[in-house]
Design a binder for this molecule. Structure first.
Ligand SMILES: Cc1cc2cn([C@H]3C[C@H](O)[C@@H](CO)O3)c(=O)nc2[nH]1
Length: 223
C-alpha cells in the first residue's frame, strides 16, 4: 500500500516480562504495511557505555529513577517517530512505563515518593502536551509462573535474579490497568490474547489479531 497521509493505525503490544511481545511483533514482519518498533533494550543496556538495565536490577533503590527516566525518554522517541506505513506496532508504551513499572517500583518502595512524584509529573506533562495516540492495545496475557520459567530459559543475564513475586506484582498491575480498569487510564480498546500458549500453538492465537490489525490498515489507507 502507498504511504499514507495522517496518523497510522497505532497498536501498543503490552504484557509482562517474557510474555512474547517481541515474538508477536516479529510475526508481523511478514507484512510490508506495518512498521514494527521493538523495545529499545539495547539502548537501555548501553547508554554511553552504561548498562542501566543491569545497574537497575543490581541496585534498584539507587538506579530505578535513572533507568525509568531513560526508558520514558526512549518510549517518547518511539511514540513520536514518523511512520511511513498505515500501521505501527509498538512494544510497550509510556502508559505501561507509568502504570506498570513505575507504579510497581513506587508501591514496593524501590522509588522514593519524591522520585515517583517527578516521574509522575513528567508522565502527566507529556501526556497532556503531546498527542500520544493508540487505536488498539494487544495484551499478551500470561501466568506469572509460566513467564518466570521463560525468563530463566531466555537467560537475559540482567534478569536472572528477578523473583517470581516481581513478575506477580507486574501481572496484577497489567490486569488492573488493562482488564479491571482500576488503575490509570486505558488509551485504546484492548484485544487480549492467551500468551501462555507455547510457540507451536501461539501463531493461531496471533492470527486472531492479524485480521483486526490488517483490516484497520486498509481502513487507514482508504480514509
Ligand atoms: C516501558 C517500560 C519497559 C520496561 C522494561 N523494563 C525491564 C523489564 C525487562 O527485564 C526488560 C526488557 O523489557 O526491561 C523495566 O524495568 N521497565 C520498563 N518500562
Amino acid at each position: 500500500m502507498s504511504a499514507m497521509n495522517g496518523k497510522p493505525f497505532t497498536v501498543f503490544v503490552e504484557g509482562n516480562i517474557g510474555s512474547g511481545k517481541t515474538t508477536f511483533l516479529e510475526h508481523f514482519r511478514q507484512f510490508e504495511d506495518i512498521t514494527l518498533l521493538t523495545e529499545p533494550v539495547e539502548a537501555w543496556r548501553n547508554l554511553q557505555g552504561w548498562n542501566l538495565l543491569d545497574l537497575m536490577y543490581k541496585d534498584p533503590a539507587k538506579w530505578a529513577m535513572a533507568f525509568q527516566s531513560y526508558v520514558s525518554l526512549t518510549m517518547l522517541d518511539m511514540h513520536r517517530r514518523p511512520t511511513p506505513t498505515p500501521v505501527k506496532l509498538m512494544e510497550r508504551s509510556l502508559f505501561s512505563a507509568r502504570y506498570c513499572f513505575v507504579e510497581n517500583m513506587m508501591r514496593s518502595g524501590t522509588l522514593h515518593p519524591a522520585e515517583f512524584a517527578v516521574l509522575d509529573e513528567w508522565f502527566r506533562f507529556i501526556h497532556h502536551q503531546i498527542p500520544i495516540e493508540a487505536d488498539l492495545i494487544v495484551y499478551l496475557k500470561t501466568t506469572p509462573s509460566i513467564v518466570h520459567e521463560r525468563i530463566k530459559k531466555r537467560a537475559r543475564s540482567e534478569e536472572q535474579c528477578v523473583p517470581l513475586s516481581y513478575i506477580e506484582d507486574l501481572h496484577r498491575l497489567h490486569e488492573d490497568w488493562l482488564i479491571n480498569r482500576t488503575l490509570g487510564e486505558c488509551p485504546a480498546p484492548v484485544l487480549m490474547l492467551d500468551a501462555d500458549l507455547d510457540l507451536s500453538q501461539i501463531t493461531e492465537e496471533y492470527k486472531k489479531s492479524e485480521h483486526q490489525i490488517l483490516r484497520k490498515a486498509v481502513d487507514v489507507v482508504m480514509r
